[in-house]
Design a protein around this ligand. Structure first.
Ligand SMILES: Cc1cc2nc3c(=O)[nH]c(=O)nc-3n(C[C@H](O)[C@H](O)[C@H](O)COP(=O)(O)OP(=O)(O)OC[C@H]3O[C@@H](n4cnc5c(N)ncnc54)[C@H](O)[C@@H]3O)c2cc1C
Length: 493
């Protein structure tokens, strides 16, 4: 994982996208306690237990057919959802469990955070995506524990027993041993995070308009973004654009164009996973947009509205965290040593060592492919891994003795956008910058959204924003009595 690289698309998670996948000139971017029948008696525990449901998790209202294999999939992100869409076998059923009712297109989260898009434009209900798959049961539940010895998963709505387990629970924001910073510097991983950031950014300008003290006004109009990877670069660029372009004409007492956006990166350069010249290009573009880029600077402490750097404290209305990611803490329950980010070092066939019936895919897996290539924590890798496991399981259920094969990763390129008309991209040996890279970025993201009913809405929204310099998702939802109390409060949230 370690820093999310920009999009390298693989055709998305839905079948329509697979069908429509286009090779463009720069490359393709892009039961349970339940009745498992006689297969394992030890797992035939009383159903229902503490679930409070009429039927246990993973059972079906049409009844459970004996001897069918139960494939339990944890997480409906790029990895889990792609597996469900790709895997089909006449002797198997899938149970998919996620704490959310929607699949989230994380690469566009920063646009929700900076008022470019609204929530519904980058998320889609899991049930609706899988409505054409009667062999897939979806449960909205929190995964609490995994017991690989008993082949069981504990969820907030009960226990599920599996024959095969596909773990795709992704990652979470990591604060490098400072979880207390989370309160003051939100990360960007979920729709809630994006809404929190958007609220903080928009409220800061409202408070600045009301503020009477010049220093406080300046503090409110300062945004610090920590982390110079793709997420930090995209956030910093979008914040600068929001202030200097989108909000510019909307206020009377303040000039939003005077807002400071400061991007802080601990290493010596931006976009460490791209070639140095592309990192330099990103820096140049951000500075042209008015972002203060500080590389080689490590954050010492973050408090409410303050960031401590070596020899300096920056007071800011908003502090945003785009620096670290770690695997789901549930990887610790898989009974194998993890890497530094908590990821599962998987076997070449993507199974968990010692447990051929358990697969770890996506951001929580540490994968080295058959050519020794370290696979990055990006959506195309998650998608390719999911497809690999799906094909493997189908062969295995067909009785193929050579069902298991080493995973081979196809790196299709990396890109990061910087603003309304600039991006950097690397596809094979080809490096793109500026407007051409930005058009490629737009194209790739729309292509990736193929099959989402709101794809057209995103296209229209972007076109509208591009030509009008306006953004649609700028509504602040606060209780009216609270609004006045928020004025002059420290911190952005
Ligand atoms: C801000 C941001 C920008 C990104 N930009 C890009 C980009 O431009 N290009 C690119 O290729 N990649 C990008 N990525 C990375 C990409 O999104 C990930 O590589 C990809 O989402 C990994 O897929 P996954 O299925 O492993 O995990 P996820 O997509 O994170 O899915 C995990 C799923 O598990 C569920 N879950 C987690 N824990 C539990 C639990 N305890 N109980 C129940 N459910 C649970 C979650 O709700 C989620 O649905 C970005 C990521 C972020 C956060």
């Amino acid at each position: 994982m370690g820093g999310l690289s920009a999009i390298q698309l693989d055709g998305g998670v839905d079948t329509a996208a697979e069908d429509l996948r286009v090779n463009v000139w720069f490359g393709v971017f892009r039961t349970c306690c339940f009745e498992r029948g006689a297969t394992r008696e030890s797992h035939q525990k009383p159903c229902g237990g503490n679930t409070g449901l009429a039927q246990p998790v993973g059972s079906s209202h049409v009844g459970t057919v004996l001897n069918r294999k139960k494939v339990v999939v944890l997480g409906a992100g790029f990895a889990g959802l792609t597996f469900c869409r790709s895997f089909r076998h006449s002797e198997a059923d899938i149970v998919l469990i996620d704490r959310q009712n929607h699949h989230l297109f994380q690469p566009l989260l920063y646009q929700v955070a900076t008022a470019g898009l609204s929530d519904a434009e980058i998320a889609q209900p899991i049930r609706s995506i899988l409505s054409d798959r009667p062999d897939v049961q979806v449960h909205m539940a929190e995964i609490l524990d995994i017991d690989v010895g008993r082949r069981s998963v504990q969820t907030s709505v009960g226990e599920v027993i599996y024959d095969y387990l596909v773990v795709g629970l992704g990652g979470r924001t990591s604060y490098f041993g400072h979880p207390e910073w989370e309160r003051h510097a939100p990360g960007l991983k979920s729709l809630e995070d994006a809404e929190r950031i958007r609220h903080g950014l928009l409220m800061a300008f409202e408070r600045a308009e009301n503020a009477t003290d010049a220093l406080e006004r300046q503090r409110l109009m300062t945004v610090v973004v920590v982390g110079g990877g793709p997420t930090g670069v995209e956030l910093a660029g979008a914040c600068a654009e929001l202030a200097r372009v989108v909000l510019r004409a909307d206020f009377r007492r303040i000039d939003p164009a005077q807002a400071r956006v400061i991007l802080i990166e601990g290493s010596s350069r931006l976009l460490g996973q791209l070639p140095e010249e592309l990192g330099e290009e990103a820096r140049h573009e951000l500075e042209r947009m008015g972002v203060e880029v500080r590389c080689g600077v490590r954050v010492r402490d973050i408090r409410d509205g303050e960031v401590d750097l070596p020899g300096e404290t920056i007071r800011a209305g908003n502090i945003l965290w785009g620096a670290g990611v770690a695997a789901s803490p549930l990887t610790a329950r898989l009974g194998v040593p993890l890497d530094r980010s908590g990821r599962v070092p998987v076997s070449p066939d993507l199974s968990v060592p010692g447990h051929p019936e358990v697969f770890a895919i996506g951001d929580l897996a540490a994968v080295v492919d058959k050519d020794g290539q370290v696979v990055p924590g990006v959506s195309p890798a998650a998608i390719q891994e999911a497809r690999h496991v799906a094909r493997q399981l189908e062969r295995e259920l067909d009785g193929d003795p050579r069902a298991r094969r080493p995973f081979d990763y196809w790196d299709k390129g990396t890109m990061a956008t910087i603003g309304r008309s600039a991006a950097v991209a690397k596809v094979g040996s080809l490096e793109l910058t500026g407007w051409v890279a930005w058009v490629a970025w737009l194209f790739v993201h729309l292509l990736f959204l193929v099959g989402f009913r709101n794809r057209l809405a995103v296209l229209l929204q972007w076109t509208y924003s591009y030509f009008t310099y306006r953004r649609g998702a700028r509504i602040i939802a606060v209780r009216s009595t609270a609004t006045q109390g928020l004025v002059n409060q420290k911190g952005g949230g």
